[in-house]
Ligand binder design. Structure first.
Ligand code: HEM
Length: 445
């Protein structure tokens, strides 16, 4: 007899099988998804309601959910039944077999436990000074008076912050080749032309494409050198970068992390933390420059020093209205009843960040950029989900919001900022993230 993972017997009225969805072929659904994900989600919700099924090449069946109760059920569900690692399989060729993102159950908990300490709240304060220094230096080098794309500049800042806080590399001679190799590798992973082949070929075959192999080999060579030398460093105990903490970390049985484990987690933090934060920062400026009075409010608050509730609310509202990632994935290992459907094992349940954040019952006038909505009411655990949720919630959520606050504060304090073109920028898909189509182009004064 089939088991139902909610622990309860299936409700007699539950419909066995998948909710409805578009009837077009998988190939066509994949093509639309890769170019117009947000539009497709909106269309499907109007047509099919809160739960619908999409079929995407190499991704099996996606059951989209956006009702907060269903989202809660997925995020608090048994991790043995809701597999996020299997859902992130597409990242395995890049991140490696030990990455916390691609593991499930015991193996996932083991890696997550090792990665948690560096992301504790007080650590962030420690990184604050370095983050501020990097942001200020970068921003001071930006040109004024001409159109200027912010996204690549934000990427430069977030990469520099990761090199400093995660890798702990400050030496110019080491920094330059490492920065160049990582940049080259990251550009490939976020190239929109690479997305479709990745989806169509599937993760396994992508691994052997020469363009991928060459870049990954170079990155591995440099990272492995850093790991080797860090193991031998005499000042390991005093260092506060994440690589040093991983070298010193111990599994529950007392054994150290292997080189392969550390390599995979470093690359995971880089890939998960760099492009995402740079994109969120670009969206913050894209939205703020279309709302000059809100930008002014933010500047006045930053210049006054002290508490910064408007900055916090601006970051929360940016991540609500322009979430960098539109959904998260959990692959079912057993049949589960959700929202009146008895879903089969093997289906991928996908809480839609985009749809939850656009629900007018949760957020009145959902299309408006209104940081004020978060001044009185803090974000809800299952209604504000830019970082996913449950035991898989983004490990870098505090890090990212802290970093965003530092960069936005330094930027608005130094410059008057206007959009290069008053028209809003539309979302544009780059591999996994949804970025501003014109890279948040502004003119600084
Ligand atoms: C605005 C920036 C960011 C956004 C929007 C974001 C979003 C996400 C999302 C949606 C997930 C999947 C959660 C789930 O499946 O429920 C995730 C996981 C993860 N993120 Fe982030 N992230 C950001 C920044 C960062 C940073 C800065 C780091 C680290 C330096 C980071 C490290 C991770 C890791 C390690 C995971 C995997 C957690 C696990 O599987 O247990 N992220 N992130």
């Amino acid at each position: 007899m089939e088991t139902i993972a909610t622990g309860a017997a299936p409700t007699p009225t539950a419909v066995k099988g998948l909710p409805p969805g578009p009837r077009m072929s998988r190939a066509l659904q994949t093509a639309i998804w890769s170019r117009q994900a947000q539009w497709m989600l909106g269309q499907c919700r109007s047509r099919f309601g809160d739960m619908f099924t999409l079929r995407i090449a190499n991704e099996g069946t996606w059951v989209m959910v956006s009702d907060p109760e269903a989202v809660k059920q997925v995020f608090t569900g048994d991790p043995r039944v809701f597999h996020a690692g299997e859902g992130n399989e597409i990242l395995r060729p890049i991140l490696g077999d030990n990455s916390v993102l691609v593991l499930d159950e015991k193996a996932h908990i083991g890696q997550r436990r090792l990665l948690l300490p560096p992301f504790h709240g007080e650590r962030m304060q420690g990184y604050g000074e370095k983050m501020t220094e990097i942001a200020a230096r970068e921003i001071e080098s930006w040109p004024t008076g001409t159109p200027h794309k912010l996204r690549p500049r934000m990427q430069a800042i977030t990469l520099e912050i990761i090199l400093e806080t995660v890798f702990g590399v400050h030496d110019r001679e080491r920094l330059e080749p490492l920065r160049a190799a990582l940049r080259d590798f990251l550009d490939l992973t976020t190239n929109p032309r690479v997305l479709l082949p990745v989806i169509l070929l599937g993760p396994e075959r992508i691994r052997y494409l020469p363009a991928f192999r060459r870049r990954i080999d170079r990155v591995d060579e440099l990272i492995n050198r850093e790991i080797r030398e860090r193991r031998a460093a005499e000042d390991l105990a005093e260092r506060d970068d994440i690589l040093s903490m991983l070298v010193a970390a111990r599994h529950e049985d007392g054994s150290p992390m292997s080189d392969a484990e550390i390599r995979d987690e470093l690359l995971t933090l880089l890939v998960a933390g760099h492009e995402t934060t740079a994109t969120a920062l670009s969206w913050a400026m894209e939205r703020l420059t279309r709302h000059p009075e809100k930008l002014e409010h933010l500047r006045a608050e930053a210049l006054a020093g002290g508490e910064e509730p408007y900055l916090t609310a601006t970051i929360q509202e940016t991540l609500r209205l322009r979430p960098v990632i539109v959904l998260v994935i959990r692959k079912l290992t057993e049949p589960v009843e959700i929202g009146g459907y008895e879903l089969p094992a093997g289906a991928r349940v996908t809480p839609s960040i985009h749809l939850v954040h656009r629900d007018p019952e949760i957020y009145p006038e959902p299309e408006r950029f209104l940081p004020e909505r978060f001044l009185e009411t803090p974000p809800g655990t299952y209604t504000w989900i830019p970082f996913g949720g449950g035991v898989r919630r983004c490990l870098g959520a505090s890090f990212a919001q802290f970093e965003m606050a530092v960069v936005l504060r330094e930027l608005v304090k130094r410059h008057q900022i206007a959009p290069a073109n008053p028209k809003s920028e539309r979302p544009f898909r780059r591999a996994i993230t949804e970025t501003p189509r014109h890279d948040a182009e502004v003119i600084l004064a």
